[in-house]
Design a binder for this molecule. Structure first.
Ligand SMILES: Nc1ncnc2c1ncn2[C@@H]1O[C@H](COP(=O)(O)OP(=O)(O)OP(=O)(O)O)[C@@H](O)[C@H]1O
Length: 346
């Protein structure tokens, strides 16, 4: 029997992004590596400021020019015709072409992508016209199909509305329609549902999952909420202070988080508060003590050490490498095996 090994849609290797500022060099993303398989979702998870957005904006070539970012690393993106390109070394024109035909991004705030002064149908049609080279009538027909695809009720009427006439959830659907107009092979979704209430959030996440099944696109899903990842991701990459601290397929990660930071994030989830078996469940939600250190003055060793309950003297000596303790998984902690043993004993 032959085993087919599928190549990732996108592999990111040792990505680093730093910004020169008056106070010094801000190392927002340091040595980050991960991959996204075709038709699958990789979630990038971490607290505010952990470097998730800078990672995605670097990959999309969308960092503001004025920031003078210093970027290093390599990527391998496999296009729909099978050729491999490094997103970090593409020129502005090639990157723009790729963004029109293969890569799309959706944001937390739909008004980042939607223009308030144009009707939604016109905006989607304009994108279709640019990317597919069709005339206005065909583009409008495609815009209507896109609105129906994202389940906008009464799409034939709504197509003539302005963004402000729609609810937050409907605007988010329109933004997804806009992002899907170029038939992306990779969709980057940066906190796409954070601003929405929980029911609408669930609907939008299910919609994205359905579109993924139908189109086979890969998704890089960026969120600070490990809770929404459980049902909507295949692989998880946890970032802390600009670095990957743990990466694993979603089920094993939830069943057995290896890094103390991931364990803390999971304990922060409602209904998952840390508790000792046999004791009543605590009423208050667990919170990780302390704050992320400044990217201008990182601690000399493990960045999580100042907040870690398991820290020992060696944790202050050097940044731990990513270690493999369980197959297919990595965690940046010198006590990785012990952490699990401790957790299992508890
Ligand atoms: N242009 C810039 N110049 C200097 N520092 C920056 C710049 N852009 C981002 N940073 C810093 O990089 C770090 C990572 O920011 P990033 O926005 O990627 O975090 P994040 O994990 O996406 O957080 P959030 O969930 O709040 O968006 C932060 O400390 C931020 O202040």
């Amino acid at each position: 029997m032959t085993t087919q090994i599928q190549a990732p849609r996108l592999s990111v290797s040792n990505l680093s992004t730093a910004f020169p500022t008056e106070d010094g060099l801000v190392r927002s993303v340091a040595d980050v590596s991960f991959s996204i398989m075709p038709g699958k979702t990789t979630a990038l998870v971490g607290e505010s400021g952990s470097g998730k957005s800078v990672t995605s904006l670097t990959l999309m070539g969308l960092l503001p020019k004025t920031a003078n970012a210093q970027v290093s690393g390599k990527t391998a993106f496999v296009t729909r015709n099978g050729s491999t390109v490094d997103l970090l070394s593409l020129g502005t024109q090639d990157m723009r072409r790729l963004r029109g035909n293969e890569l799309s991004m959706i944001f937390q705030e739909p008004m980042t992508s939607l223009n308030p002064v144009f009707r939604i149908g016109e905006q989607i049609a304009e994108s279709v016209r640019l990317h597919k080279g069709v005339d206005h009538k065909a583009a409008m027909a495609q815009a209507l199909r896109m609105l129906e695809l994202v389940e906008i009720p009464a799409a034939a009427q709504r197509i003539h509305e302005y963004p402000h006439q729609l609810s937050g959830g409907m605007r988010q659907r329109v933004m997804i329609a806009l992002a899907m107009a170029c038939d992306p092979t990779l969709l980057i979704a940066d906190e796409p549902t954070t601003a929405l209430d929980v029911t609408i959030q669930a609907q939008i996440l299910l919609l994205m999952r359905r579109l993924q099944r139908e189109t086979g696109m890969s998704i890089l899903f960026i969120t600070h909420n490990l809770g929404v990842v459980a049902h909507h991701a295949d692989d998880v990459v946890v970032m802390y202070a600009g670095r990957v601290v743990e990466s694993a397929p979603v089920r094993p990660m939830f069943a057995q988080p290896e890094h103390p930071y991931t364990q803390g994030l999971l304990a922060c989830l409602p209904g998952k508060a840390a508790h000792t078996p046999g004791q009543p469940k605590p009423k208050r939600l667990f919170a990780i003590r302390g704050q992320v250190s400044s990217p201008l003055a990182p601690p000399p060793g493990c960045a999580f050490e100042p907040r870690c309950d398991r820290a020992i003297a060696d944790c202050q000596k050097a940044m731990p490498p990513l270690l493999t303790n369980l197959p297919g998984r990595q965690a940046r902690c010198i006590r990785v095996g012990e952490n699990l043993a401790l957790k299992q004993a508890a």
